[in-house]
Write a protein that binds this ligand. Structure first.
Ligand code: ZN
Ligand code: ZN
Ligand code: ZN
Length: 232
């Protein structure tokens, strides 16, 4: 049977100390603030716990459905809940075939028209969490990819000639007067909107007998469950 685990995470970048949303389960993230690439294994214990071995297998599966759990440390925040593997738009159960096709194409498409990024869980995640199969609705790896579908035109501060700005760099050199133009904050933010905290989904495939066995097995994380309260 297919089950969905929803995750939402933010973490403090070790390079710039900003709290940044990380809307995906990849092992590295790109800081949207200072552009550092951060290895999450080194940085985020909450992330590691939420997706790995004992915790993900036992703790998440043992929680009541739709009961939101949180892992908070001074620097990290991870929320998660287990629900049905259902389309967030029409609520119809997701089908194996559609998920297989979605991972192959990079986009899951529901019969209702809803579409979202989809990929196979990578081998390291499956090794840590044997029932992990697909990841959906993840944000881009580089959260600060330029947002400009088409270059924006701006006047050169030096000579007034038109400059084409595509968001790939904060400075743009004028081909006429050679002046270096530093893009103003408003324009830069429009090209690089700050990412928001978004839910993404892990679909797991587990047969009912294995689920019952996981739920009845005692775990070192059982005590931890008492510390997490249902949000009001
Ligand atoms: Zn940073
Ligand atoms: Zn749908
Ligand atoms: Zn110029």
């Amino acid at each position: 049977m297919l089950l969905g685990i929803s995750y939402r995470s933010s973490t403090q970048c070790p390079e710039c100390a900003q709290q940044v949303p990380v809307n995906h389960a990849r092992a590295r993230f790109h800081c949207s603030h200072c552009h550092a690439t951060v290895d999450r294994m080194q940085n985020e214990r909450a992330w590691w716990l939420g997706f790995s071995g004992e915790f993900a297998t036992r703790y998440v599966l043992k929680r009541p459905e739709n009961d939101v759990g949180q892992i908070n440390t001074p620097k990290q925040h991870l929320e998660f809940f287990r629900g049905p593997a259902a389309c967030p738009s029409c609520q119809q159960p997701m089908q194996h075939e559609a998920l297989l096709a979605g991972a192959a194409a990079g986009t899951f498409r529901c019969a209702c028209g809803f579409a979202t990024p989809c990929r196979d869980a990578e081998p390291s995640l499956v090794q840590a969490f044997p029932y992990a199969r697909w990841l959906l609705a993840e944000g881009p790896e580089a959260g600060d990819a330029p947002n400009a579908a088409q270059p924006i035109l701006m006047a050169c501060m030096g000579c007034g000639a038109g400059l084409k700005v595509d968001g790939s760099s904060r400075t743009v050199d004028c081909i006429y007067c050679k002046a270096t133009n530093y893009l103003p904050d408003g324009l830069w933010l429009r090209l690089h909107p700050a990412p928001r905290l978004e839910w993404f989904f892990l679909v797991i495939d587990i047969d009912p007998a294995a689920l019952a066995a996981e739920q009845s097995r005692s775990s070192p994380f059982d005590d931890l469950m008492l510390k997490f309260k249902r949000p009001s």
